[in-house]
Ligand binder design. Structure first.
Ligand code: PLP
Length: 401
């Protein structure tokens, strides 16, 4: 039985977990299998090859781990670094804060570069730290590509340029949890050493799979890194890769079939088309926010996120009430403001397997909620702005031309 039934579909617009397409749900609806049969290693081989494409990497080594984004963070850090290592990490919102907390609890010496929530990573400060670090004490630069709490996308190409400019050998570790499979992401081109994501975000799968990709330099670092790791040890995976059986423990058969179906859908649409779709949905959302007379939490256009928009509400409104109303009255799930921006922003997630009309349903719902909570919105204003843009820019569906 559904928990707290509401008629029709729930409009799931939190920035993860996101909608799971029917094809993926059906692919996972199956019995367990013997993972030591020839079938599962054969499928795993194709998954490991294909998953590299979502990172845009040919030289990387992927690890598909039964975990979440948080475990993928731990895998990236513990395999490449040793306790006491100095790392530079940017604090710009709740998820970068949580990653920093993990880094500190793993006993790294974290050099935090903090910005206002709503701003991107301060890359000028990174440049000055790298310039001063002629002894190369900084072992890694850690950055969240897309800060899901504030809707801020950082410029990874610039981070690489800065590292190269100072010929600094620090590892470049990137959280792509709310960006990979939705935003432009180029692991090899940007010289990223470890990139990672979680299955419940733009891959549009259930939660439970962390996907990590390591560059040759990261693999080399893992040979000498002294952090304690057991479950996440890349060495165990590599041993089983060599043996051709792939799994150091029992994999989730259902999630593997789900990943196969999710990748097939992404490749059928075309990764570049997927990224263009997210760009359209992001822009349409921002046009609606502007038409409502509200402000984006993201302070500059260069940081606008195409996967999540955090909308600032006027001080006389509690943004949590907006989220509560959406759920109680319209079967619409919006993202809460987290930590420093709790009560001040609500978030519209526009990532994953999602189309233009679904988004318009969400925007219409937000307008009614805004009216409910006493904000003087003109009903239809945001929807009209989004429609005007989407009507001009939405392409024909490739498979139906
Ligand atoms: N990183 C980012 C950018 C996220 O948005 C999240 C979760 O929303 C995480 C990491 C943590 O992932 P998980 O909740 O799957 O552990």
């Amino acid at each position: 039985m559904d928990y707290m039934y509401g008629p029709g579909r729930n409009h799931l617009f939190v920035p993860g977990p996101v909608n799971i397409p029917e094809q993926v749900i059906r692919a996972m609806n199956r019995n367990n299998e013997d993972y030591r049969s020839p079938a599962i290693p054969a499928m795993t081989k194709t998954l490991l090859e294909d998953v590299k494409k979502i990172f845009k990497s040919t030289s990387g080594t992927p690890f598909i781990i039964p975990t979440t984004g948080t475990g993928a963070w731990e895998s990236a850090l513990t395999n490449t670094l040793s306790p006491g290592d100095r790392i530079v990490s940017f604090l710009i919102g709740q998820f970068s804060l949580l990653w920093i907390d993990q880094q500190q609890r793993l006993n790294f010496n974290v050099d935090v570069i903090e910005s206002d929530w709503g701003q991107g990573a301060n890359l000028d400060v990174l440049a000055s730290k790298l310039a001063a670090d002629t002894a190369h004490t900084i072992k890694a630069v850690c950055i969240v590509h897309n800060e899901t709490a504030t809707g801020v996308t950082n410029n990874l190409a610039t981070v690489r340029k800065i590292l190269d400019h100072y010929q600094h050998p620090a590892l470049f570790l990137v959280d792509g949890v709310s960006s990979i499979c939705a935003l432009d992401f180029r692991m090899d081109e940007w010289g990223i050493d470890v990139a990672l994501t979680g299955s419940q975000k733009a891959l549009s799968m259930p939660t439970g799979m962390g996907i990590v990709c390591a560059s040759p330099k990261a693999l080399e670092a893992s040979q000498t890194a002294k952090s304690v790791r057991v479950f996440f040890d890349w060495k165990d995976y590599l041993k089983f890769y060599k043996m051709g059986t792939y799994w150091p423990y029992t994999p989730s058969i259902q999630l593997l079939y789900g990943l196969r179906a999710a990748l097939d859908l992404l490749f059928e649409e075309g990764l570049d088309n997927v990224i263009a779709r997210h760009s359209r949905l992001g822009k349409a959302t921002r046009l609606a926010v502007e038409a409502w007379g509200l402000k984006n939490c993201t302070q500059k256009e260069e940081w606008y996120s195409d996967t999540v928009t955090a909308v600032l509400v006027p001080p006389y409104i509690d943004s949590s009430e907006i989220v509560r109303r959406g759920w109680k009255r319209y079967n619409l799930s919006l993202g809460l403001g987290l930590n420093k921006v709790a009560g001040k922003v609500f978030r519209i997630g526009h990532l994953g397997n999602l189309n233009e009309l679904q988004l318009l349903g969400c925007l219409a719902g937000v307008e009614m909620i805004l009216k409910d909570v006493g904000y003087p919105v003109k009903l239809g204003s945001g929807v009209a702005a989004a429609c005007a843009f989407l009507q001009n820019t939405t392409p024909l569906i490739a498979s139906r031309i």
